[in-house]
Design a protein around this ligand. Structure first.
Ligand code: ADP
Length: 299
């Protein structure tokens, strides 16, 4: 069983549906309200745990009801929450308003922005036992960089899902074993032209990360040991809700990394495909049994 440490965000998504968006200063009745556990870090931790990995989450929530609920959700999924600290700010939230196929979203990072290098150091025993340390960029860059340095010191694989997209420093790239962007994130992370991804993936600088780029229903691309482009096709499914596909892909990639990049990407594609057949980010993530049953039908 793979041991995965996730360094990342924990958010509560608050979703309001309404017939029309309110105008400035207007109050109106909405039609529905629901909350959903989210944040790229928490999502990827849950994805890996459902697929059988032993997962430790390093994150930060507020001393409020959402923080307690998010920790309870993670624990219920089997994620070790001993290194989820409590900050002074409120638990991170995304306020999402949906109306007639359009959305308006405000993200307040809150306690996620308090995750510090000290939080990483407090979890160094977990990093020392990990197979993969997996991070995204919804927590402070300096904290992610610190986690990457610690992973390197312990000789551990460090995966970076560079979302939301920012330009990455040479040091963070050098410390990254596997970079897992989508097409847009790859161009921003490496400051390369949007259309040039095939060339970028196959001509990754050495030393530097390998790149596994996700491409929606098309699947994923990476380079083989000789630098040739490999395309693993996505699995054909009926998409209901693509929220969380990338997070499922990343959690799966970490959970199955010990099987080698070809098999890990195949399974990550399958997990990502399964996730889009059901509503919600965490709601759509498959269990190991569901993934294996699906792969058997594809053989
Ligand atoms: P992101 O949401 O981060 O941009 P992608 O849309 O590239 O991520 O999706 C991540 C992975 O999920 C893809 O590489 C693929 O394996 C899977 N996936 C996403 N959308 C679909 C789909 N419509 N059908 C099948 N697989 C999908």
């Amino acid at each position: 069983m793979a041991r995965v440490v996730v360094v990342g965000s924990i958010n509560m998504d608050m979703v309001v549906t309404t017939d029309t968006f309110p105008r400035l200063g207007e109050t109106l009745f909405g039609t529905h309200f629901s909350t959903h556990p989210g944040g790229k870090g928490a999502n990827q931790a849950v994805a890996a745990a459902r697929l059988g990995a032993e997962v430790t989450m390093i994150g930060c929530v507020g001393a409020d009801a959402f923080g307690g609920e998010m920790k309870a959700t993670l624990a219920r999924e089997g994620v070790d929450i001993a290194h989820v600290s409590t900050g002074r700010e409120a638990t991170g939230i995304a306020s999402i308003t949906l109306s007639g196929g359009d959305n308006a979203i405000i993200v307040v990072p809150g306690a996620n922005h308090e995750l510090s290098p000290e939080d990483i150091d407090r979890a160094s025993a977990a990093i020392a036992q990990a197979d993969v340390v997996l991070a995204q960029l919804e927590v402070p860059y300096a904290t992610v960089l610190h986690a990457a340095r610690r992973a390197r010191e312990h000789g551990k694989a460090f995966f970076l899902n560079p979302a939301p997209a920012v330009e990455l420093s040479g040091e963070l790239l050098d410390l990254t074993t596997l970079l897992t962007p989508n097409e847009h994130e790859l161009a921003t992370a490496l400051q390369t032209p949007e259309g040039a991804w095939a060339e970028v993936i196959t001509r990754a600088p050495v030393p530097g990360p390998r790149i596994a780029m996700t491409h929606g229903k098309d699947g994923a691309y990476y380079a083989d040991a000789n630098g040739a482009l490999v395309h693993q096709r996505g699995f054909a499914v009926e998409a209901v809700d693509t929220t969380g596909a990338g997070d499922t892909f990343n959690g799966a990639l970490a959970a199955f990394w010990h099987l080698g990049i070809d098999e890990a990407v195949r399974r990550a594609n399958a997990a990502g495909a399964l996730s889009v057949t059901r509503a919600g980010a965490q709601g759509g993530m498959p269990t190991l049994a569901e993934l294996e049953a699906f792969l058997n039908t594809q053989a």
